[in-house]
Design a binder for this molecule. Structure first.
Ligand SMILES: C[S@@+](CC[C@H](N)C(=O)[O-])C[C@H]1O[C@@H](n2cnc3c(N)ncnc32)[C@H](O)[C@@H]1O
Ligand SMILES: [Zn+2]
Length: 269
């Protein structure tokens, strides 16, 4: 699998575009960095993530939360936010990502692979599941092995320094995470960089509630669970070179498909 992803990779430390296979994983001839691969997870961060670990991210790295995340945490959390079932949301996201063909896809902030596995089952193309949390990725690796899915590669890396060359993905999916990122604009700039022109970008995120603003404030202030303003988010997506094609709003949950514009800002035909 590492040989298959090699053409898409670039060094997250020095941005060199040619990585090489080495006995333990991948290495960068330009800066000498080595990235080990173990139990199906290619670790491109190592011991020092160099990231702000927010209180919510700490939860995402705790074994207790990881063990209940896929069920019931994700289902209940989504139901509270949207008043509809998570299985309906899964269908929505898969239909938004449905026209991506067999090109390489990225499931950014994949967690335990809730969306990575169904995305991979629906295509012969490779799906890269990327996350910062080791426990989440280990859980993803277990589930992928149990299900025997052959076309997924898991990578530990940061959304703010994606280890991929420019314009390699025909689709990027990012669910349940954009509002959690410490620097969403930096993540969007990286997503735009790695998505090819006319490529798709499917997202499920949260919008600040009009009522219960006090509760939202507590979540944002104390555990850094964030919310977007819908109009501002639309502008942010556009300013990063995407055009929203389809969207669905269910209470505070917002799900959309955006298309990467060509570099001159026009919709590719
Ligand atoms: C709520 S989970 C979403 C998991 C899955 N995509 C889903 O929809 O259920 C958020 C994930 O974002 C990951 N994450 C947070 N900050 C990140 C960053 N800077 N880079 C990569 N992953 C990050 C967390 O580790 C966690 O697994
Ligand atoms: Zn390097």
């Amino acid at each position: 699998m590492l040989a298959r992803i090699l053409p898409y990779m670039r060094c997250p430390r020095c941005a060199a575009e040619r990585l090489e296979r080495c006995p333990d994983g991948l290495s960068c001839p330009a800066c000498g960095s080595a990235f080990a691969s173990q139990d199906g997870i290619l670790d491109m961060i190592g011991e020092d993530p160099g990231e702000v670990i927010t209180p919510f991210q700490r939860l995402m790295q705790s074994r207790a939360v990881v063990s209940v995340y896929e069920s019931p945490w994700r289902h209940l959390g989504y139901f509270v936010a949207s008043s509809r079932s998570f299985s309906r949301e899964m269908e929505t996201v898969l239909s938004l990502a449905g026209e991506r063909g067999d090109g390489p896809a990225l499931d950014l902030a994949c967690g335990p692979g809730v969306f990575t596995r169904p995305l991979a089952r629906r295509s012969r193309g490779i799906v890269i599941g990327l996350d910062l949390s080791r426990p989440m990725l280990r859980q993803a690796a277990r589930r992928i092995a149990e299900d025997g899915i052959p076309n997924i590669q898991l990578i530990r890396a940061s959304a703010f320094a994606l280890p991929f060359a420019d314009g390699v993905f025909s689709h990027v999916n990012c669910c349940g995470a954009l509002h959690l990122f410490d620097r969403p604009e930096k993540a969007l700039a990286e997503i735009a960089r790695v998505t090819r022109a006319a490529g798709g970008f499917s997202v499920q995120t949260t919008i600040r509630p009009e009522r219960s603003a006090g509760f939202a404030y507590i979540l944002e202030r104390f555990i850094r669970f964030g919310f977007f303003d819908e109009a501002e988010l639309r502008l942010l997506i556009r300013s990063h070179g995407f055009s929203i094609e389809r969207d669905e709003r269910h209470r505070i949950s917002f799900t959309f498909l955006a298309r990467r514009l060509s570099p001159d800002g026009h919709s590719p035909v």
